[in-house]
Design a protein around this ligand. Structure first.
Ligand code: BGC
Length: 611
């Protein structure tokens, strides 16, 4: 842990002193994290809970910054009551601020990690993390479940966009910068980071979310474990266990990976949090799963709804001797150490903290960083006859379902778990169309699916903004056939959690035939076409690319669509280079990367044109 300026010995003494006063119920409560919808502040106190989370889209009140601060204030006050039954231990409130404080209305929403991966700008990553920390602190929250260090190896995986790159070396650099940006000096400007998901989440067979990663140990280490070394080096205080299995054993119950490798060999001295109900799949009987998770080395349990049962079971296990009290003490020690290291015990109530309700939330200054990130993440794949950059005086036709839809351009994990549709729910920022209009006054928006108003005598060029629509986690998976569908989701010993997949193919023309139809319709009118692709992964785009004069991969750029226009109209040059190789065929796209060599790809990693 990087709390060099704090005295480790002092913290240790404080932790031991507090621990010695705690009852078993208080210790088990400290290891428990409930979802805010299922647990009132009074219950938090009654059961001595150590943490509350907001799941994706779980937002208090009208989802204003003030609503969040008020909510956290109430939980904090309950956690700090000291009486004969309760010890004052401040809670940790956790959220998925994975591309900005993305749950909250009016937040600055950054590009998803796949776009940041293409920017290859470590300093930018750090600044993004700093802005994210401030916007999280504005809401009175102190813990974000980020960064994701997944090394995505198969585009079928619905979480590919949470991965910076298919290469662990690239992710390693970002891991360090991002954790440093979030946690800084563990002072008033810091939030607690959580590297996730430990480990092998990006390596599952067929890219199935929460699936099975089958790899020799050396490959698991070289590919999926590698980025964690840099996160640890930066002092990451928490790590989340992963839903996937490694060689048929669930990571949530994996003593070797959690305790021996991470805590032992790698020396991680923060705490491990489980993923959402992540222990549920360790055994058929919930009672058994609790002991399996604790004994494997998980310290805090994200048991959003089941928390009362979890507490009951864990106390019983200790009484029965299935879980040794030394394991409980170790977990609580780790949790309390993180709370002390972060200075949580010395902080005032959330409403009185330095950045609470800060006006910098969603400010122009913060959005400028996001706009820079958008500009730097764009990758130019084709630019025939130098159709780009466009003249600001040109008569530009703008079309496509993602042209004027900030919800779509933000992707999943924005306001709602699965993301949102339309401009209304994303407050502030600009759609790509709005960004274009601001630079090119003659630009015209077509909302017709085939852009019937396209006319070569009126339009010099068309910008067509197409691609995927929002999804998160397994809902973004691509699954080809039924035998893959029954493998989907978390499963062990016959338990299945089947999620509806996004589609069956990674060909854009199969997933979204309306996009090709639109491009063909404009092409038939002999208007040059600039395609801007919104997507959470590299898709097979051969027919679209063939007709386009220029083609830009914009990933999931977030709230600042203006950044796309800045580059299309030449105020800035292209900067981004692929951090994932670009597939040529669906077969290739649907297979894991280590099965294909880079040279076979349509565009190799590192590709990206410039003006
Ligand atoms: C995801 C995690 C996330 C958690 C809390 C889970 O479904 O896998 O990445 O942090 O939910 O929202």
């Amino acid at each position: 842990m990087s709390y060099a300026n704090l005295h480790k010995a002092d913290i240790k003494a404080k932790v031991e002193q507090l621990l010695s006063k705690m009852t078993l119920a208080q210790k088990v409560g400290q290891m428990t994290q409930a979802e805010r919808l299922t647990c009132s502040p009074a219950q938090l106190k009654q059961y001595h809970l150590g943490s509350i989370l907001s799941g994706g889209g779980s937002c208090p009140g009208d989802n204003t910054v003030q609503d969040w601060v008020n909510t956290n204030d109430e939980y904090w006050a309950a956690s700090m009551e000291q009486d004969q039954d309760h010890l004052a231990i401040p809670l940790l409130y956790g959220v998925d601020a994975i591309h900005g404080n993305n749950n909250v209305r009016g937040a600055t929403v950054f590009p998803h990690n796949i776009g940041l991966g293409a920017s290859h700008d470590v300093d930018l990553l750090k600044r993004i993390a700093q802005v994210t920390a401030k916007e999280v602190l504005a809401t009175g929250v102190e813990w974000t479940f980020a960064p994701t260090l997944a090394v995505a190896q198969n585009n079928c995986w619905g979480r590919t966009y949470e991965s910076y790159s298919q290469y662990p070396e690239i992710i390693s650099q970002y891991a360090k910068a991002f954790v440093n940006g979030l946690q800084a000096n563990l002072d008033d400007n810091s939030v607690i980071a959580c590297a996730k998901h430990w480990v092998g989440d990006g390596g599952t067979t067929n890219g199935i979310d929460q699936g099975e990663t089958t790899l020799p140990e050396l490959d698991l280490r070289n590919t999926h474990i590698t980025p964690y070394y840099q996160a640890l080096d930066a002092g990451v205080l928490t790590i989340m266990a992963s839903f996937n299995s490694w060689n048929s054993e669930k990571c949530h119950g994996h003593y070797y990976l959690l305790t021996e490798v991470l805590k032992g060999e790698m020396g991680f001295d923060g705490f491990i949090v489980s993923d959402w109900d992540g222990i549920d799949y360790l055994a058929k009987d919930y009672f058994d799963t609790v002991a399996l998770g604790v004994n494997a080395g998980i310290d805090m349990f994200m048991v959003p709804e089941n928390w009362q049962l979890f507490i009951e079971h864990l106390i019983k296990h200790v009484e029965l001797g299935n879980v040794d009290i030394s394991r409980i003490d170790d977990a609580v020690r780790r949790i309390l150490t993180v709370k002390y290291a972060y200075g949580l015990f010395d902080k005032p109530r959330p409403a009185q903290r330095k950045h609470a309700n800060s006006e910098s939330f969603g400010s122009a200054e913060h959005r400028a960083v996001a706009q820079e990130a958008v500009r730097k993440s764009l990758v130019l794949l084709k630019n025939d006859n130098d159709v780009l950059p466009l003249s600001k005086h040109a008569n530009v036709l703008v079309a496509g379902k993602n042209a004027n839809n900030t919800g779509h351009q933000c992707g999943g994990f924005t306001i709602d778990w699965q993301g949102v549709d339309s401009n209304e729910k994303i407050e502030g920022g600009s759609s790509i169309w709005q960004g274009i209009k601001a630079l090119a006054p003659h630009a015209e928006l077509s909302t017709d699916p085939l852009a019937i108003e396209a006319d070569a005598s009126k339009h010099d060029v068309a910008i067509v903004v197409i691609g995927e629509t929002p999804y998160a986690e397994g809902m973004g998976d691509i699954r080809q056939n039924d035998d893959v569908i029954i493998e989907a989701g978390s499963q062990i010993k016959g338990q299945l959690k089947v999620l509806e997949a996004y589609g069956k193919s990674l060909e854009l023309s199969q997933l979204h035939p309306e996009d090709l139809a639109l491009i063909e319709s404009i092409h038939a009118k002999k208007i040059p076409i600039v395609v801007v692709l919104i997507s959470g992964r590299t898709l097979v785009i051969n027919p679209e690319l063939a007709i386009a004069d220029a083609f830009v991969a914009a990933w999931l750029p977030g709230s600042e669509g203006q950044g796309v226009a800045d580059v299309l109209f030449g105020d800035y040059n292209f900067h981004g280079k692929l951090s994932f190789s670009w597939p040529k065929t669906n077969k290739q796209a649907m297979s894991s990367r280590h099965q294909t060599c880079d040279a076979d790809y349509l565009f190799p990693h590192g590709f990206g044109l410039k003006y």
